[in-house]
Write a protein that binds this ligand. Sequence first.
Ligand code: FES
Length: 380
Amino acid sequence: MSVRRLAEDQFQPAAFAFSDENAVWAEKTIQKYPAGRQQSAVIPLLMRAQEQDGWVTRPAIEKIADMLDMAYIRVLEVATFYTQFQLHPVGTRAHVQVCGTTPCMLRGSEKLMGVCRSKIHQHPFERNAEGTLSWEEVECLGACVNAPMVMIGKDTYEDLTPERLEEIIDTFAAGNGTSVKVGPQIDRHLSSPEGGPTTLLDDVTVTRTRAGKAPAAADGAPVPPSEAARPKSTDAETNASLKTPATSPKASAKNAKAAEVQPLSGTAASEPAPKATAAETTAKPSLTDKNRPAGIEKPAAPDDLKMISGVGPKIEATLHEIGIFTFAQIAGWKKAEREWVDSFLNFRGRIERDDWVKQAKALAKGGEAEYIKVFGKKPR
Ligand code: FES
């Protein structure tokens, strides 16, 4: 981390003034804060001064301090604390801030700084011969998940390789910086996994085969590569999934019809069931299956099923739709019933893994106190 000092006198201008437009903006910004709190505008004003002149000069710091009725040292403290403020003249087309904190360092930030040394200047804060580029090392910029990364202006460029950073620097040097894609530089959406999402795939039901073939989405959609790379299910898991009632397209249609016409316990019969996707229609067990746990009418004070680890608001609402409202009901589920619900929720064994029955038994017996006694921790 560099020592942050004001630029030497030779670089400092004699005075600073906001442009007419920026002066109007600054006045409006200051007025946003209650009387006596105008100094809260110090960061926006310093940023505007930097955007106007390219860096934060000593006269700008003093001018802003006067405008906000602050001691010069207080504004200097802010300007020298945040690396977003440039205290020296920087490249007119790009000032590259390379994150050198641990995650980025482990993922190759040293090599990125090597690129900056060779393409811009051997030393940070020194400009290239044309005065268009400069660079520095900074601390974590908050995009560690896509390390290594750099920031140029207000944008971040992530998942970098030395080669990609060279291309980016060349593009900025040519004055075409706005054409560079910001954010991840690989096949990744924001901070999602490489190659596509692997969780919360509401519309994709992944099935595994006993033969261990590559998994395929039930609706024919491609399975993300990371999903394909996951360990295969155990025999127990496979057997459990094979016990899920198999349904032909014809049967599925019948089941879907049954779902429409069968009044759900405790649910207004007129309330339309959520539309099932093609995958869900195929995978879900029949609502008329003998293993479906018995539902009840909604009691005046249903239990808070979300206290069970693994049950969130969405799952609780689904349980309500099939007439499950109390801990006692869940505590009494037999294996076949658990499998039916697990399959209905497309949980792939989670009910067993989270041991809903044991949790529900404790909650039904003595609420939170009993739960703590059994599990040694509070329920959710
Ligand atoms: S460590 Fe580099 S962005 Fe956080």
